[in-house]
Design a protein around this ligand. Sequence first.
Ligand SMILES: C[S@@+](CC[C@H](N)C(=O)[O-])C[C@H]1O[C@@H](n2cnc3c(N)ncnc32)[C@H](O)[C@@H]1O
Length: 196
Amino acid sequence: MYKRKDAYYKKAKKEGFKSRAAYKLIEINNKYQLIKKGDVVLDAGCAPGGWSQAVLTIVGKKGLVVGIDILPVEGITFHNFHFIQGNLLDAETLNKVLDISRNFDTVISDAAPNTTGQKITDHVNSLELVKTILSFAEKVLKKGGNFLFKLFDGEDRDEFIKLLKTKFSTIKIIRPDATRKSSFEIYVVCKGYKGE
Ligand SMILES: C[S@@+](CC[C@H](N)C(=O)[O-])C[C@H]1O[C@@H](n2cnc3c(N)ncnc32)[C@H](O)[C@@H]1O
């Protein structure tokens, strides 16, 4: 069991972030420089909105953040935040993104399917979702763009990483400090999209 109101939870509340997850994104970005001022970023599975808030502060007024989630996102009032309520598995959602841009600098995804408690099942479901998001990313990322995603780790990871190496110049697997110790989630940083 983790303590729900841990240090990151309290910090997020105090600093006005909608989730403690915002600190994972900040930590990853400080280390890997995926997102910079003026960038156009797609946040797949963005509710309640902590990552999007963090990205909005990084890209500044000249950047753009497009967030997608099945669930609503409320209270993010930046003029350069565009929210699409929809399922990442639906073609209609991709079309709505394509209407906004086909030239994203970075796609980030903290999306995860509901967990069952069965590690293997959770890994397989998570990988399936990530594969869909990768094909989504391939349609909207510009050449040289970056992709960051969360995965519930498991045995099919290595084969997927092999595939990613054919599509991106560098790949790094990380476990941010802001991830709870009991979790088996990892984040994968892919830099330098080679193009379709
Ligand atoms: C861990 S939360 C994201 C937290 C977010 N990064 C933040 O900082 O607030 C994962 C989100 O992925 C969304 N999600 C999972 N599967 C999805 C799908 N197929 N389409 C759209 N959103 C999905 C869930 O609704 C959930 O809001």
